[in-house]
Design a protein around this ligand. Structure first.
Ligand code: AHG
Ligand code: MN
Ligand code: MN
Length: 353
């Protein structure tokens, strides 16, 4: 029997008959499309998928085996580190180290970039990741995720890799993806040729293509922002939020609806499928906002743009920001293109209504 799994993406997932495609098959097929590929990139994607399955296993039994709670340490951003933050970091580093395709790793949970095979660098790729996104949700069984961003090492850095090798603007990403550990576990990624999503079938331990060629709606009715910070926002943003909340008989969409999980990856995944905007703005205490450019904003911006959406800092596309440091932050306005255009117009004062 064939069942439709996602109206927005028009995906079908066969059950029982075996007419589905595994992530592995999909990666191999796409590799054949890239003449001259030596397979290193495909192996890297498979390593990431394996690490995601291991983290998924840990997340699923976290309440049973003492994986909830803090490690007692803080990370480089001075945030409490959860046990699962650290475990996920270690699982991804282990998988990438074992694979040998990567020469440099950057992680939210590690202050410095981590060089691999430093003296004899075989790997061509730099991987930056947020091993566990939405940490505040870990202990309360709410959706969390992983975000990753992949760059090729610049030719003139081969053999002497430093953090500078990772400091490339988001447009240069060769791939980006995320995993949501939610009501089911889904891995979504792009290599710059559309966006595809693969749901983990736990009974066979495989990611199966469930959401081919994801496209985000031009507009939606959802906005996701931490409204507790309202008083610290700039006037243009305040006006935009008030505009979305106002009832208007001539506008079927308004009032819009708020959905905020507090897990960037889960909020963006929902908005990308249903249509919506995610906002984490700057404020006087954090002029660059909260989200990290290299392993949160850039990969999600690449995916959302590839799905037909838009991703802005408020002053231009996120993907054009030149990074200065591994843990840089950026304001984020990201989602359905029509809604991001509204937000930008309000921020610039081009619209007040
Ligand atoms: P992380 O758990 O990786 O540190 O990221 C948390 C981020 C993001 O996932 C989420 O959208 C945002 O923090 C929530 O922040 P607020 O609690 O300030 O709304
Ligand atoms: Mn995060
Ligand atoms: Mn994190």
């Amino acid at each position: 029997m064939e069942i439709s799994t996602n109206g927005a993406a028009g995906a079908t997932l066969a059950t029982g008959g075996g007419a589905f495609k595994t992530l592995e098959q999909f990666i191999i097929e796409r590799e054949a499309d890239a003449p001259g590929s030596k397979g290193q990139f495909s192996r890297l994607l498979r390593d990431i998928a394996v690490a995601a399955k291991i983290v998924d296993r840990d997340v699923r039994k976290a309440g049973l085996v003492d994986l909830f709670g803090d490690t007692g340490a803080v990370n480089v951003q001075d945030e409490d580190q959860k046990k699962l933050d650290l475990l996920a970091h270690e699982e991804f580093v282990r998988a990438l180290r074992r694979g040998g395709e990567v020469c440099l790793i950057g992680s939210e949970e590690h202050a410095e970039a981590i060089p691999l095979l430093f003296d004899d660098c075989q790997g061509k790729y730099v991987v930056l990741f947020d091993p566990l996104d939405g940490s505040s949700n870990i202990d309360v069984n709410v959706s969390i995720g992983t975000i990753f961003s992949i760059y090729r090492i610049p030719d003139d850095h081969v053999g002497h890799v430093t953090v500078e090798s990772a400091l490339q603007c988001g447009r240069r990403q060769v791939a980006a993806g995320y995993v949501v550990y939610g009501s089911s576990t889904i891995l979504v990624y792009t290599t710059g040729n559309g966006v595809n999503g693969f749901t983990l079938d736990p009974s066979i331990g495989e990611f199966l293509l469930s959401h081919p060629d994801i496209r985000t709606p031009e507009r939606g009715r959802i906005y996701s922002v931490n409204e507790g910070n309202y008083n610290s926002w700039e006037d243009g943003l305040k006006r935009y939020i008030k505009w979305m909340q106002r009832d208007d008989p001539a506008d079927d969409d308004r009032p819009y609806t708020t959905r905020y999980i507090g897990s960037f990856v889960s909020d963006v995944h929902r908005n990308m499928l249903k249509g919506g905007i995610y906002i984490y703005p700057s404020n006087p205490r954090s002029p660059q906002g909260k989200l990290r450019l290299m392993y949160e904003a850039n990969p999600m911006a690449f995916i959302v743009e590839q799905a037909g959406g838009r991703a802005e800092t408020g002053h231009g596309p996120i993907l054009d920001v030149e990074p200065q440091a591994l843990h840089d932050r950026t304001p984020v306005y990201l989602g359905s293109p029509g809604m991001v255009a509204d937000a930008v117009a309000f921020l610039r004062g081009e619209r007040t209504e």
